[in-house]
Design a protein around this ligand. Structure first.
Ligand SMILES: NC(=O)c1ccc[n+]([C@@H]2O[C@H](COP(=O)([O-])OP(=O)(O)OC[C@H]3O[C@@H](n4cnc5c(N)ncnc54)[C@H](OP(=O)(O)O)[C@@H]3O)[C@@H](O)[C@H]2O)c1
Length: 356
């Protein structure tokens, strides 16, 4: 089969590089793109790949996307970058995929569903760790308990953060904690949103986070009440509680500027050894109005490793012609069991409801 030309934009970032290398290892030939010419050339040439230098200006993106059938967008924070890239994909009639985890970005892209359908392109954000495994888990639990009204997701991962993830997180400092209630995304007081979750080693304390599934799991399952929790050590919990109390201060422009400066002094992301040693556990639980529940756990490779696996697997499906037009979530496009096709992923059902 002749391969459709496709682009990785933001290929010189920590995650873009992982994805580019994994794509090549899978026999794919992405065109690498971004705004830094020398870095792109240094990455693309040893891999034997074409590269295209482009800012996010419309004319530059139109030139970069020429002849391409799909874009995997890896340049975040996506709140700044996804709008111009989707515009360019609509003009070029190229499918749009990204690795955002930002609730506001998912919602903004969902509002463009009709434009995407009319152009015949798929808009599929969130093809990384946030949100592929949790989205597939949510869809699986909805399949097990179709009457589910509440969904709680838990994430346990030692996150060695990349610079880009830290920079994206800084942009959301000072914003309220978001959950979904009655189908609407609503802010809730951070200090009350905690629970115990058993990730397989007994109950662990978790705190609620504004994770992408607050947006996407509703689009995937229609479950109206959704909260996402993250396992924390007691020391981190104190920091989070302070962050909640002093959120107004962390959100202040000079503090954010200082944090951005500090992030640029960090390592680009976890080393290969750290990624190889890491893993993540995801927990999902649904409940219906009569109190019936279902729960499942998913074990996966480390978050950035999984991001490369899932992002490239999504592109492979697009190249094989599976790209349903319109706004999609990973599980809507490729099914609840898509995650089980990744190396090193295992799902365990914990409590299945009996017949009604
Ligand atoms: N969903 C997930 O599970 C997941 C997983 C991994 C990463 N992410 C997200 O992906 C994003 C990238 O992460 P990373 O670790 O690769 O970060 P990174 O190493 O800092 O790389 C960011 C990349 O984006 C480019 N970029 C940033 N702003 C740009 C702009 N305005 N115009 C053009 N290019 C721009 C950068 O180009 P320059 O080098 O020229 O600045 C660089 O190539 C972050 O938002 C992160 O949160 C999500």
């Amino acid at each position: 089969m002749d391969q459709l030309d496709w682009l990785i934009y933001g290929a010189t970032g920590y995650t873009g590089r992982l994805i580019a290398r994994h794509a090549v290892a899978r026999g794919l030939r992405p065109i690498l793109a971004g705004r830094n010419g020398p870095q792109l050339a240094a990455l693309a040439e040893p891999l034997g790949l074409e590269h295209r230098v482009a800012s996010l200006e419309p004319a530059a993106l139109d030139a970069a996307l020429r002849g391409c059938g799909a874009v995997l967008h890896c340049a975040g924070p996506f709140e700044e970058t996804s709008g111009p890239m989707v515009d360019a994909c609509l003009r070029a009639r190229a499918h749009y995929l990204d690795i955002t985890g930002e609730i506001e970005v998912f919602e903004a892209l969902a509002r463009r569903a009709e434009e995407a359908s009319a152009a015949g392109i798929m808009v599929l954000p969130g093809v990384g760790f946030d949100v592929v495994p949790t989205d597939c888990l949510a869809a699986h639990l909805k399949r097990v308990l179709p009457s589910a009204r509440t969904l709680e997701l838990g994430i346990r991962a030692r996150l060695g953060l990349s610079r880009g993830t830290a920079a994206t997180a800084i942009e959301s400092l000072g914003r309220p904690l978001l959950t979904r209630q009655g189908g609407r995304i609503v802010p809730v007081p951070a200090e009350r949103a905690t629970r115990l979750i058993d990730f397989g080693r007994g109950p662990e304390r978790t705190v609620a986070l504004s994770w992408g599934d607050v947006s996407t799991a509703w689009h995937s399952t229609g479950i109206p009440d959704i909260v996402v929790y993250f396992a924390v050590r007691p020391s981190s919990e104190r920091v989070l509680s302070l962050a909640g109390r002093f959120g107004w201060l962390l959100g202040a422009a000079p503090v954010r500027a200082f944090l951005r400066w500090a992030v640029q002094r960090r390592a680009p992301g976890p080393t290969d050894m750290e990624r190889a040693a890491g893993q993540a556990t995801l927990y999902g639980e649904v409940r219906d109005a009569t109190g019936r529940t279902a729960a499942a756990r998913l074990r996966t490779p480390e978050a950035y490793t999984l991001t490369a696996l899932t992002a490239v697997a999504c592109v492979e499906r697009v190249l094989a012609g599976h790209a349903p037009a319109g706004f999609q979530t990973p599980s809507r496009a490729y099914g609840a069991d898509f995650i089980l096709e990744m190396d090193g992923v295992r799902r365990d059902d914990l409590a299945i409801p009996g017949p009604s």
